[in-house]
Design a binder for this molecule. Structure first.
Ligand code: UDP
Ligand code: MG
Length: 324
């Protein structure tokens, strides 16, 4: 059995050598054939030369380097495409995903699980982050169709068929947490203590996290659109009720001129609501815009490998309609 490790790397020069040494050690101990697919996500530091050196020293190292930073989702996609293994393990380069756990994943995999997910506990996280995460998962699980679990990230093992299934999802906006959940297949989860990042800094700013969260919300269904519709209906009925009341009062007591504040509040509030709703619709239109462009998910600058699993060819253009 061949195990592929897929490792997205963005500016990881400080940890890369250590990561490689530890992972190689660990994998040699497990006694399976393995390969490591490094994906350099357009790093600005010496990550690529380091990877190239690793590849020169070790035939088990394959790498793909992007022409610029395309984001972790694209990096994982490239890694999966280039991974040849019967099982693929996705892990971060910053040693936050303990390599010791790969053995455990393989054990679970041999019991027939297609996805073995390592779920990190939130020990050591800032309280604010923990609370926001809780709230987010509570909300998102009410809104999307797939089940998303707090602490579950990309550190997981995928069987060959699960990998192929993920690769068959060719959408441009990739929210892999959701894609993995969507794919299904027998899945098992175990917990591990979260390790604090050893070197460098997380590339996740608050704004990025917020956008990521929003992506998750919007990539999986059209419930936000549905919610917008309901909100519109609710506001319309409120407005109708209020109008009836005003007219009633006017009939009984005559027209009262004061009402400037009410008017202003209602107008601005409604304008705000409409902007939000237009924004929701716009988000979906924007997604369609990106999908129809059919741009590649990433561009390769350097590699020592060929993709073994390519995405399916796009549908052929429809034949010209026959006019009758
Ligand atoms: N990463 C990437 N492209 C990016 C950002 C991050 O390939 O644009 C990689 C990064 O090198 C690391 C993994 O994704 O291996 C997780 O990134 P990070 O540690 O910054 O995220 P966190 O651990 O905070 O979720
Ligand atoms: Mg990290």
């Amino acid at each position: 059995m061949l195990i592929s490790l897929v490792v997205p790397c963005y500016n990881e020069e400080e940890v890369l050598d250590r990561f490689h040494a530890r992972v190689t050690d660990e994998m040699l101990g497990l006694g399976h054939a393995f390969e490591i697919v490094y994906v350099d996500d357009g790093s600005a530091d010496r990550t690529l030369p380091l990877i190239e050196r690793l590849a020169a020293d070790d035939p088990r190292v394959r790498y793909v380097s992007f022409s610029r930073n395309f984001g972790k989702e694209a990096a994982m996609l490239a890694g999966l495409q280039h991974a040849d293994g019967d099982a693929v393990v996705l892990m971060d380069a910053d040693l936050q995903h303990p390599p010791e756990l790969v053995g455990r994943m393989l054990q679970e995999h041999s019991r027939g699980y297609d996805q073995v997910v390592a779920r990190r506990t939130r020990t050591g996280d800032r309280v604010t982050r923990t609370v926001t995460a809780r709230a987010y998962y509570w909300l998102i699980n009410r809104l999307v169709d797939v089940e998303l679990v707090d602490g579950v990230g990309d550190f997981r093992l995928l069987s060959r068929r699960a990998t192929d299934a993920v690769l068959s999802l060719t959408e441009y906006n990739r929210f892999s947490k959701g894609l993995f959940a969507w794919v299904g297949f027998p899945t098992t989860t175990f917990s591990y203590e979260n390790a604090v990042r050893e070197q460098g800094s997380s590339a996740w700013s608050f704004g990025k996290l917020l956008n990521y969260g929003l992506d998750g919300l919007l990539s999986f269904n059209n419930k936000p659109l549905r919610a917008a519709l309901y909100l519109g209906l609710l506001l319309t009925s409120l407005a109708l009720a209020y109008a009836t009341w005003i007219v009633g009062v006017a009939l009984v007591r005559g027209v009262e001129t004061p009402g400037y504040v009410t008017l202003l509040v209602v107008v601005t509030a409604l304008a705000g609501v409409q902007m939000v709703l237009a924004g929701v619709v716009g988000e979906y239109v924007g997604r369609i815009y990106y999908e129809v462009k059919r741009r590649p998910h990433f561009l390769v600058k350097a590699t020592n490998a060929r993709p073994h699993r390519t995405l399916p060819e796009p549908e052929p253009e429809p034949r010209e309609f026959v006019r009758r």
